[in-house]
Design a protein around this ligand. Structure first.
Ligand code: ADE
Length: 229
């Protein structure tokens, strides 16, 4: 998979070279390119924003650098890209969407800042690839960078071969629409707290039934919305 990121703060993404995703890059499963949007400016101040038409607070990202950047990233690409703009006004990101996006060949993340990006950029981007506005949740971040990192981590670990033991992907929260069951390790008693007896029983059927019940109970109490659908 190829992922391109456009941002005016490319150093945000230095952390993605660590750990799991670092390994994914080293092994060639994930090709990640982070580019500074200011590369596609031509004025002395490398301007990427301007005042909003119609007035109002804050600044809006100018369309020209975005247009040039998208043109360059799409040129010579082997697949039609999926172009993702993180936005609190987008569809909400879920594990199902991470899985869907992990199957794409080429993702481009466009990180907006300030009060947003000139609306015509989304329309133009749709002539180059499939445009998705995606929100991390119902709260506002200062820009798309942190949301993009979260999405790349969620998507990247689903690329086949990135997570060493694929079984660990199957049993985690949200993969079957439920929250994960609780986990314990040694010692069996720690600070007066004992590990549930069933887990020491060696009875795999009982353990599986107990874990399922725990998943249901946790989901009922913490995230009843997941059971409504
Ligand atoms: N940019 C600002 N807030 C955001 C959010 N909640 N999700 C994705 N991108 C954002």
């Amino acid at each position: 998979m190829r992922i391109d990121v456009l941002s005016i703060f490319p150093s945000y993404f230095d952390g993605l070279t660590l750990s799991l995703l670092g390994k994914a890059r080293d092994s060639g499963l994930l090709e990640l390119h982070v580019r500074d949007l200011r590369e596609w400016t031509s004025d002395r101040h490398r301007t990427v924003d301007d005042t909003p038409y119609g007035g109002g607070a804050g600044m809006v990202m100018k369309p020209e650098p975005w247009g040039l950047a998208l043109d360059e990233l799409a040129t010579g690409a082997s697949a039609v890209p999926t172009i993702i703009f993180p936005s609190p006004a987008g569809e909400v990101f879920t594990q199902a969407k991470a899985r869907e996006l992990a199957a794409r060949e080429h993702l481009i993340f466009g990180c907006g800042r300030y009060e947003g990006i000139d609306e015509r950029v989304f329309d133009y981007a749709a002539t180059i690839g499939e445009v998705r506005l995606i929100s991390l949740g119902d709260y506002v971040l200062n820009g798309g960078e942190v949301a993009t990192m979260a999405m790349i981590e969620a998507i990247g670990r689903l690329i086949p071969g990135v997570v060493g033991n694929p079984e660990s992907l199957v049993e985690e929260s949200h993969e079957d629409g439920l929250l994960e069951y609780p986990s314990y390790t040694k010692p069996s008693i720690w600070r007066d707290r004992a590990v549930p007896e069933v887990l020491l029983s060696g009875n795999h059927a009982r353990i599986a039934a107990w874990r399922r019940e725990q998943q249901l109970e946790r989901t009922r109490t913490r995230r009843p919305d997941l059971l409504d659908g």
